[in-house]
Design a binder for this molecule. Structure first.
Ligand code: PAZ
Length: 340
């Protein structure tokens, strides 16, 4: 693995990363949208949260056919965004393209089609009886958020797009101080292929057709050797450090930690909290993430929140309760999660 000489400090790593990996084409227009949104809600004194959601990809080729993905349907982020909107926040929802969205998530990516919620009545399409109540509730919430212009939806696909957007939006949110919150539920790649080590074209399955150097004359990070596919990734700089120390030092920062080994979860969450010194790490295990999470914070140590398994809840109300206590500077012993 190629080590970056200038990556000894977080700033150097940041500058190296953003110099070597160019911004997405729509960054400028997204920044304009985000600036207008932030300014408008700041003027109204509203609290603002950036919710990140879904998994980032790592492209292996410039003209991307193959990529490495990170697990996340976007359920946590989309559901949490709804609860933040319900609590009066303005929400910037930075999500993986085509992952779940607030409100529409109730009717998309389902085993059932959204058409299964409909019926024909006198030549018109209407929602069938059994879904009326639920859909009306969702529609009302959606309409309020839309009318008050409190939801801005931005998207990413790759790790580089995600990091550029996160950095630019975070810097715009910086003047909001403690009224800005970062709720980082996206599953973010730890390793990637830098732009200058990427091949232009689709990786060939046989070495005979394989490109041994890319247009910079470098050995591609992903290539075929004999009958094997070799993928030699480099570490993504730890941007949480930059967010906490540089981009938004006064913001409330909540990060997530996903693990599969139960014995690692709390340790890793504590490690992350100590390393980055932000406000809260919410740990979850792949198999149980829908009904239990652990909050790890300097304020309260380790606290589990559980909901019954048959209630599909990913409520943010536990976070709301926690933030309430953090702001009041007092610790209680229980958190009552609100089921979805
Ligand atoms: O999007 P989803 O509901 O399927 O999954 C949510 C999650 C597990 C990706 C999220 O809760 C999380 O832990 N995000 C951080 C992942 C990480 O450790 O990088």
């Amino acid at each position: 693995m190629e080590h970056l000489p200038s990556a000894e400090t977080a700033e150097a790593a940041e500058s190296h990363y953003f110099t070597q990996n160019p911004p997405p084409k729509n960054l400028k227009s997204n920044v304009t949208l985000a600036r207008e949104f932030i300014d408008r809600h700041a003027e109204q004194g509203r609290r603002l949260v950036l919710v990140t959601s879904g998994g980032t990809t790592v492209p292996l080729e410039t003209q991307t056919v193959r990529y490495i993905d990170n697990f996340s349907a976007g359920t946590r982020g989309a559901t949490s965004a709804e609860y933040f909107l319900q609590e009066g926040y303005a929400v910037i929802f930075l999500h993986r393209q085509f992952s779940l969205l607030p409100y529409s998530r109730h009717y998309s990516h389902n085993t059932r089609s959204f058409l299964d919620f409909m019926k024909e009545e006198n030549g018109r399409v209407v929602v069938d009886e059994q879904h009326q109540e639920e859909m009306l509730r969702v529609l009302r919430q959606y309409s309020v958020a839309k009318k008050e212009n409190r939801l801005l939806i931005l998207s990413f696909v790759t790790i580089t797009e995600y990091l550029w957007e996160l950095r630019e939006v975070a810097k715009l949110m910086r003047p909001l101080g403690h009224k800005a919150m970062f709720y980082l539920a996206a599953a973010v790649s730890d390793f990637f292929v830098p732009q200058d080590r990427m091949v232009e074209h689709k990786i060939q399955s046989s070495e005979e057709f394989s490109q041994n150097t890319n247009r910079n004359g470098k050995t591609p990070a992903a290539r075929t050797e004999g009958r094997s596919l070799i993928i030699d990734l480099e570490p993504v700089p730890k941007f949480l450090k930059q967010l906490v120390d540089g981009w938004a030092p006064e913001g409330m920062i909540v990060s997530f930690k996903l693990e599969t080994d139960p014995s690692m979860l709390v340790k890793k969450a504590q490690y992350s909290l100590e390393k980055y010194a932000h406000h809260l790490v919410i740990g979850n295990l792949l198999m149980t993430r829908k009904w239990e999470v652990v909050f790890v914070s300097a304020l309260e140590g380790e606290k589990w929140i559980r909901v019954p398994r048959n209630r599909r809840s990913r409520s943010v109300s536990g976070v709301e309760a926690w933030i309430g206590r953090a702001e009041a500077g007092k610790a209680e012993n229980t958190v009552q999660p609100k089921a979805e």
